[in-house]
Design a protein around this ligand. Structure first.
Ligand code: GDP
Ligand code: MG
Length: 372
């Protein structure tokens, strides 16, 4: 519901607002104590604090039922984690080219087994520091993920073609990025072109509240070319700078949590989910629950297509072992036992069904009252 704030939630379950903020922060969600919590954020908090959160109705109270074992969050275990970066922008402004160029220039082709294949997310190293990139097929997918409370992204790159300037989707991306409330870097692409005009892009963006630092604002503009590779190192260095300021931290030994970026049913393999680890370490054999589905991690393939035993903080890979295909933006959480994972998934599925049912009941009552 839209009506419970972070500090109200904290009060209701006997926590401090700081504890609630820390949990969400650890999952890459930036909230302040006065922000409203979304349903999925409530669910995540419920899991984290070992309570079951039942969202009854937008107008009714939220019930808290003691259920799962409480888990202590020990900040002393926090370590820095790599930033997760999403590249967005108008169609044909060069998102895919930029992602491909970054990957091919930073990952040895031999290592990646010839990196022609498209992947949903990958991690590179710049001066020994990791950065994870996510390829959102479109900002629709990105907002779907946000609506689920899964703000997996720490930093947003808005790509604007220097020869084309701000377009309709650029404007949409700007408002999404502002709503996401995370640092934005503007990558002014196609600088190799004759008709490239950096100042035009800066002016158009400044008009929309994205004023360049060298114009007295606070947004970094990086001129670059996905074609020649010029400027890409500047972009990566800037991402690392922003990431330092964010002080991204998580606990590698905590219960594993990972966000699903993409998932599908593969012939002979079953449901396969591409995930980014947000907390803990996801290992083969882990009992996992993911929204209304559950299972046990059977195999993990990393972003280089190699079989691995585990994925660490901000790392990305493909997970085999779920019973059903989860939706993008759902959060995979490791549980102590298979029973726990199954129970949570089953309860959620029941809730979802009950909600659907009450919706249709409401509709039919309304329809009936119209008849009477
Ligand atoms: P997307 O729709 O944002 O993913 O854009 P693409 O990466 O598919 O690029 C659209 C077109 O622009 C393709 O024909 C690319 O080859 C071209 N392109 C992308 N980046 C550059 C660049 O830096 N310079 C030039 N000259 N062309 C580019
Ligand atoms: Mg593309």
């Amino acid at each position: 519901p839209e009506d419970i704030r972070v500090y109200e939630f904290a009060e209701a379950c006997g926590k401090s607002p700081a504890e609630v903020i820390t949990v969400l922060f650890g999952l890459g969600m930036m909230v302040t104590k006065n922000d409203f919590l979304k349903q999925d954020e409530l669910e995540i908090l419920g899991e984290e604090f070992g309570i079951e959160v039942t969202v009854k109705d937008a107008l009714e109270d939220v019930n808290y039922v003691e259920d799962y074992h409480e888990e202590e969050i020990d900040e002393s275990n926090f370590v820095n984690r790599p930033p997760v970066v999403t590249i967005m922008g108008h169609v044909d402004h060069g998102k895919t080219s930029l992602l491909d160029k970054i990957r091919s220039s930073k990952v040895a082709a031999a290592e990646a087994g010839g990196i022609t294949q498209h992947i949903a997310a990958y991690t590179i190293k710049q001066n020994g520091q990791k950065i994870t990139f996510v390829d959102t097929p479109g900002h629709a997918a990105f907002s779907a993920m946000r609506a689920r409370g899964a703000s997996v992204t720490d930093i947003i790159i808005i790509v604007v073609a220097a020869d084309d300037g701000v377009k309709q989707q650029t404007e949409e991306v700007i408002s999404h990025a502002k709503a996401a409330n995370c640092p934005i870097i503007v990558a002014v692409n196609k600088m190799d072109k004759e008709s490239a005009n950096l100042d035009m892009v800066k002016a158009q963006m400044a008009e929309r509240g994205m004023t360049p630092i060298d114009w007295g604002g606070d947004v970094e503009f990086i001129p670059l070319s996905a074609k020649t590779g010029d400027g890409i190192d500047d972009l990566l260095e800037n991402i690392l700078l922003q990431s330092e300021i964010l002080e991204l931290k998580a606990d590698p030994n905590a219960k594993a949590k990972a966000t699903v970026v993409e998932a599908s049913l593969e012939k002979g393999r079953g449901p396969v989910a591409t995930v980014i680890v947000q907390n803990g370490t996801l290992k083969i054999g882990d009992n996992i629950v993911c929204d209304t589905t559950y299972g046990r991690v059977k195999a993990i393939t990393n972003d280089l297509g190699q079989q691995v035993k585990e994925l660490g903080l901000s790392e990305t890979g493909r997970i085999l072992g779920l019973n059903e295909v989860p939706a993008s933006g759902t959060v995979m959480v490791a549980q102590e036992t298979e029973k726990e994972a199954r129970d949570i998934a089953t309860t959620r599925a029941e809730h979802a069904r009950a909600k659907e049912l009450s919706k249709s009941t409401k509709v039919s009552l309304e329809e009936m009252s119209g008849l009477i």
